[in-house]
Design a protein around this ligand. Structure first.
Ligand SMILES: CC(C)(COP(=O)(O)OP(=O)(O)OC[C@H]1O[C@@H](n2cnc3c(N)ncnc32)[C@H](O)[C@@H]1OP(=O)(O)O)[C@@H](O)C(=O)NCCC(=O)NCCS
Length: 198
């Protein structure tokens, strides 16, 4: 899928179509640099990170936005259980290159991620983020009151989206990670291996 973006900062970027596709190993360094620029090192202290660390993203749901060979956006979804016996996905982090924001790349990544998740048969997506941004994609906090995360969270930022009608009805309990474990390579600190693999 491609989108033509109208760039606000022509000095720092080359205009051209933006393509969303599955993340490849060659994208990892650029993705990490983009996330460091967007969130800083404190991103590893976030509660959601407890659901990602040591895991691989859900199959086919680590996406990048590319402008030519340049990575300009990233989003990943992670397998979780929403309380007992209720499989779902957790979305995040989502980030777009600072110089290319408000050009529709975030929306493109979100729509593609949600569409691919639905096609793969997933029933619900949750995330922690700004409701004023995510509500345009259908996320809201209404069925999240009885779910909790493995750490502190601002309730108004804990949002859900049903991909199948009623998928979050009665959801309650701890959101816990269920994704495949990331490979660990000899000679690498565990944290480094997670960071590279995830
Ligand atoms: C949030 C983010 C991914 C949006 O990407 P983007 O490509 O700029 O998004 P889009 O072009 O699809 O949408 C831009 C619109 O969303 C609005 N928006 C961006 N972030 C927002 C937020 N946190 N809350 C409310 N609105 C927001 C912009 O003001 C803009 O509004 P406009 O269309 O009226 O000008 C990007 O701003 C980003 O990387 N931010 C830093 C990382 C981050 O905070 N990620 C998680 C968000 S909770």
């Amino acid at each position: 899928m491609t989108v033509h973006v109208s760039l606000k900062d022509h000095a720092s970027a080359r205009p051209g179509p933006v393509v969303v596709g599955e993340e490849q190993v060659r994208h990892i360094a650029a993705r990490e640099a983009l996330l460091d620029a967007a969130f800083g090192e404190e991103r590893f202290a976030k509660t959601c990170e407890r659901l990602r660390e040591g895991r691989l993203p859900a199959d086919g749901l680590a996406l990048v936005a590319l402008m030519g060979d340049t990575l300009v956006g990233t989003v990943r979804l992670w397998n979780v259980s929403l309380g007992a016996n209720r499989p779902g996905l957790m979305l995040g982090p989502l980030a777009v290159d600072t110089s290319l924001r408000s050009a529709g790349i975030g929306a493109l990544l979100m729509r593609e991620a949600i569409g691919r998740a639905r096609e793969a048969g997933h029933r619900a997506v949750v995330l922690v983020g700004d409701e004023p941004y995510y509500r345009r994609f259908g996320f809201d906090p209404s069925k999240m009151e009885r779910l909790w995360l493995p750490g502190p969270v601002e309730r108004s930022r804990f949002l859900g989206l049903e991909l199948a009608e009623g998928a979050l009805d009665g959801a309650s309990g701890l959101v816990s990670p269920t994704g495949r474990e990331a490979p660990r390579w000899p000679g690498l600190e565990l944290g480094q291996a997670w960071r590279i693999a995830a």
